[in-house]
Design a protein around this ligand. Structure first.
Ligand code: PGA
Length: 256
């Protein structure tokens, strides 16, 4: 049975783009992408650029996402951004990115709090999971993916509202993407973990993206794998042409 999951191509701009650059990049994407057929598209600029990018996206099917949130509505959390500040502005929010896990010591419990908070505020979390090179070489990939998936989704009633991104840490920003086989296998572990906890129907409804050096050259071979429902894209999302080429590849796959 063909998948009923609509693929998602999401750009993670990370800590890149000034206000002026964000505005230009957003207008370029909107202009070039038009109305994608059968594919959801989102861009996730830095917090300060969200309003200006929202303005550029107005009237376009390209959705807006944030790169993080803090799991509280207000309070003494200097430097953090609350979910109610993003509600109504963004459709998506990235949580548990490996850079946050590595540099800001975010553990599964905290990621889980962010996932649950996002859902409470009508934001679709894009929850990232993935093993480091060291963990892969030690044969721990499956354990890590299972732990991060079940930890991040703990006490989530409707897992189908969550998007998961399988991002092997060693593939992020390195120019060396996972092989299509490795990406498919990692995603299968994640989907099986969800099936065991929440049933096959729930697992089949969750969109699971691949992320890590996805680019116009490797996108087709990754997206043709069963179970890969799109991509979370860093580097290539900073270039309008490249990002839109990924959207076109996803449309192409949907047509086949
Ligand atoms: P990359 O980043 O495409 O630059 O590897 C992906 C990500 O970190 O989301």
């Amino acid at each position: 049975m063909p998948s009923t999951r609509t693929p998602l191509i999401a750009g993670n701009w990370k800590m890149n783009t000034t206000l002026a650059e964000a505005r230009i990049l957003a207008y370029n994407v909107v202009h070039m992408v038009g109305v994608p057929k059968g594919v959801d598209v989102a861009v996730c600029p830095p917090f300060v650029s969200l309003p200006i990018v929202a303005e550029a996206l107005r009237g376009s099917p390209v959705a807006l996402g944030a790169q993080n949130l803090y799991p509280a509505e207000s309070g003494a959390y200097t430097g953090e951004v609350a979910p109610n500040m993003l509600q109504g502005l963004c459709r998506y929010v990235i949580v548990g990115h490996s850079e946050r896990r590595a540099y800001f010591a975010e553990a599964d419990e905290f990621v889980n709090a962010k996932v649950r908070t996002a859902l409470e505020y009508d934001l679709t979390p894009i929850m990232c999971v993935g093993e480091t090179l060291q963990q892969r070489e030690a044969g721990e990939t499956e354990d890590i993916l299972r732990t991060q998936t079940s930890g991040g989704l703990a006490d989530v009633d409707d897992v189908s509202s969550v998007v998961i991104a399988y991002e092997p840490v060693w593939a992020i920003g390195t120019g060396v993407a996972a092989t299509p086989d490795d990406a498919r296998e990692g995603i299968a572990v994640i989907r099986n973990t969800i099936a065991e906890a929440d049933g096959q129907e729930a697992a089949d409804s969750v969109r699971i993206l691949y992320g890590g050096s996805m680019n116009p050259e490797n996108v087709a071979s990754l997206l043709e794998q069963p179970g890969i429902d799109g991509g979370l894209i860093g580097g290539a999302s900073l270039n309008g042409e490249q990002f839109v080429a990924l959207v076109r590849a996803a449309e192409e796959r949907e047509r086949e």
